[in-house]
Design a protein. Structure first.
Length: 407
């Protein structure tokens, strides 16, 4: 967990403890139990903060980076409030305090002016992997934990280990090692054959991802740690869904070229789903010298894998057991297409996801629109979140895709 995430979690728990104490002169047994549990969590978070602070200091020293500027900027990130920023735009007020300082510094660093307000991408990073958030929220009580939340696709880019490059400017060309030195045996006094090292490159260029969500005016005007986190969750999901979809199936041009649209991806056939077929995919991965690999698929394919035996003899295991296939984690999400052909076939991907690069050029640009006619009629407000990024695959051969898993 990052330092700002630890501080946010501790703030939420301290607020809960204060609420319990303010409820009456004496705590009920249930309230005392909850208070003690929260106290234990806060003490644990204190220890995590100390370790995270120490580690950040050592990483800065290792990289030779100046402490003061990084610390000041990081402190600003921790103090930025998404709720305050949305409130100021909704009410037509100027930003103040840390929100203003951070927005101005982000514009200076990126070299461009925000259409709305720049907010730190870091406040969305962890939440981009969550699957439970809320939109169109209208309530009469200050109980955000009771809002009914929509069911959403699992977002997996960060969990799979995608490599993130942040703070980019202009197009980025990443050198890629192609062929290199070769060695052989010769007789004494014989001449060695010379070989040149070959290089290639992968280019990332800025592309714009964004999402629009509707929130109630009342929700934005409320202020509490719970509301702040709930709004962050909603906005982070909008961006993360677009990023994950582009990462897997992006077609290029206005959106990034995703994994499945990248030339050089290896293919395999699982039209007959068998254990030897699974092993053949793993063999291709090892022959390509891929690193740590994971499986990715659609829930329907996952179900099929979990219900298929490795063989016909008695006592055989299933292909997928306890979330592992061939001792490698398998992730599933509706972000992967459910159907890839006729008859109904699904897709199974095996790959080293650290070979996927997610390049980020800007912080998140937030803009409130209280004048949309449809939202206005419901007393709602549209909030747009946009970021500039691109996706590229360093070594496509590190991925093997089977598009013909019969369902």
């Amino acid at each position: 967990m990052k330092l700002h995430e630890i501080k946010e979690q501790r703030a939420v728990r301290v607020t809960e403890m204060r609420t319990l104490l303010n409820a009456g002169d004496k705590l009920t047994p249930e309230a005392q139990t909850k208070f003690d549990s929260l106290k234990t969590q806060v003490i644990d978070l204190d220890g995590q903060e100390a370790r995270a602070t120490f580690l950040e200091a050592q990483e800065r020293a290792m990289l030779g980076q100046g402490d003061n500027e990084r610390r000041d900027h990081a402190n600003l990130e921790h103090k930025v409030s998404i709720t305050r920023i949305l409130q100021s735009q909704l009410e037509g007020r100027n930003l103040t305090g840390a929100d203003l300082e951070y927005a101005q510094e982000a514009e200076r660093r990126t070299g461009r002016k925000a259409q709305g307000i720049f907010v730190p991408l870091s406040v969305f990073e962890k939440r981009a992997n969550t699957t439970s958030t809320a939109t169109n929220l209208v309530g009469t009580e200050h109980r955000p934990d009771q809002y009914i939340q929509p069911l959403r696709n699992a977002l997996l880019a960060r969990q799979l280990g995608v490599r993130v490059l942040s703070g980019l400017r202009g197009n980025i060309t990443v050198p890629k090692y192609g062929s290199g030195l070769s060695a052989g045996w010769v007789a004494e006094g014989g001449a060695l054959s010379s070989t040149d090292m070959g290089f290639d490159s992968v280019t990332l260029s800025p592309k714009h991802a964004g999402g629009i969500t509707e929130m109630s005016r009342q929700l934005i005007q409320q202020a509490s740690p719970d509301i702040e986190m709930l709004i962050r969750d909603d906005l982070s999901f909008a961006l993360a869904k677009a990023i994950d979809a582009a990462l897997i199936t992006g077609g290029g041009t206005h959106e990034p070229t995703g994994l499945l649209s990248t030339s050089g991806i290896q293919t395999a056939s699982l039209s007959t789903l068998t254990w030897p077929g699974i092993l053949a995919m793993i063999e291709k991965s090892e022959l390509a010298n891929a690193g740590v690999v994971n499986w990715l698929t659609h829930p329907k394919v996952k179900t099929h894998l979990a219900g298929t035996l490795k063989g016909s003899s008695a006592g055989c295991d299933y292909l997928l057991e306890d979330g592992l296939m061939a001792n490698m984690p398998l992730y599933s999400s509706n972000q992967v297409l459910a159907k890839t052909g006729t008859p109904n076939t699904g897709r199974l991907i095996l790959g080293d996801w650290s070979q996927v690069m997610l390049g980020i050029w800007s912080e998140v640009d937030l803009l409130v629109n209280p004048f949309d006619s449809a939202a206005y009629a419901r007393g709602g407000v549209l909030v747009r979140a946009m970021a500039t990024m691109d996706i590229a695959v360093r070594h496509p051969e590190a991925f093997i895709v089977a598009d013909d898993v019969v369902l």
